[in-house]
Design a protein around this ligand. Structure first.
Ligand code: GLN
Length: 196
C-alpha cells in the first residue's frame, strides 16, 4: 500500500523531512492548507519556531484541520513540532494542539548549549538502538500522561515519546542521513507499509 506523508510547510525545515522520506522511497507532499491535508495518510510537523507555527496554523484554518485529521491519522513532530503538538508548555500562555499528553519546557538547555549532538538510546529497532540526536534550541519533556510511551532517552532525559497516533522528539532526525525514525513512523503509524 502506498503511503503519502504530508509535511507541514508553513515554516521551518520541512524540506529536510521530505528528503528523509525520499530516502525511504515514501511519497511526500508539502501541506499548507486544509485541502492539501486531505490527500495525506500522515503529517509531520517540522522544527522551526513553535509560536510562529501556532499563529500560522490559526491564520490558515490548519489548527482545526490538523485537530480533526488527528482523529484518524498519525502525526510526527520534531522540536518546535513537538511543542506545537504537546498539551502544555511550562510558563503557560501558549495555545497548543494538545494531541499528546506531555508538558514541555521550551529552550530548556539554555543559551550556553544552544545546539549539540548526543547519542540517543531508542527503543524502536531490533538491532542498533543508537540514534544520533541533533538538538537545536531544544525543549525538554518534563511531564508525561499515562498513555504516553517513552521510546528514547539522552542519558536520563526523555527525548522521544509516542501515544497511539502521535510520535514526537526533541531532536532533529531529518538533519542526519539516518531515516530510521521516519521509517518507523511510516511503517508503524502512518500506513501499513512502505511504498514500493
Ligand atoms: N526553540 C524553538 C521553539 O521553542 C524550537 C527550535 C527548533 O525547532 N529547533 O519553538
Amino acid at each position: 500500500v502506498a503511503v503519502t506523508v504530508g509535511v507541514l510547510g508553513l515554516q521551518g525545515d520541512f524540506a529536510l523531512h521530505m528528503k528523509s522520506l525520499y530516502q525511504l522511497g515514501v511519497e511526500s507532499k508539502t501541506v499548507r492548507t486544509p485541502d492539501e491535508l486531505k490527500a495525506c495518510d500522515g503529517l509531520i510537523l517540522p522544527g522551526g519556531e513553535s509560536t510562529t507555527f501556532i499563529n500560522l496554523l490559526k491564520k490558515t484554518g490548519m489548527f482545526e484541520a490538523v485537530t480533526s485529521f488527528a482523529e484518524k491519522h498519525a502525526l510526527m513532530g520534531t522540536c518546535a513540532g513537538l511543542i506545537t503538538l504537546s498539551k502544555t508548555v511550562v510558563g503557560g500562555g501558549m495555545e497548543t494542539l494538545g494531541l499528546i499528553d506531555i508538558g514541555v519546557e521550551r529552550n530548556a538547555y539554555g543559551r550556553q548549549v544552544d545546539s549539540f549532538v548526543g547519542k540517543v538510546n531508542v527503543d524502536l529497532f531490533p538491532d542498533n538502538q543508537e540514534f544520533e540526536g541533533v538538538f537545536i534550541r531544544a525543549p525538554k519533556i518534563c511531564s508525561l500522561g499515562k498513555d504516553v510511551r517513552v521510546l528514547g532517552r539522552l542519558e536520563d532525559e526523555i527525548v522521544l515519546v509516542r501515544n497511539t497516533r502521535v510520535l514526537v522528539m526533541t531532536f532533529h532526525p531529518e538533519l542526519t542521513d539516518d531515516a530510521r525514525i521516519h521509517g518507523y513512523f511510516v511503517k508503524e503509524m502512518a500506513g501499513t507499509g512502505l511504498s514500493p
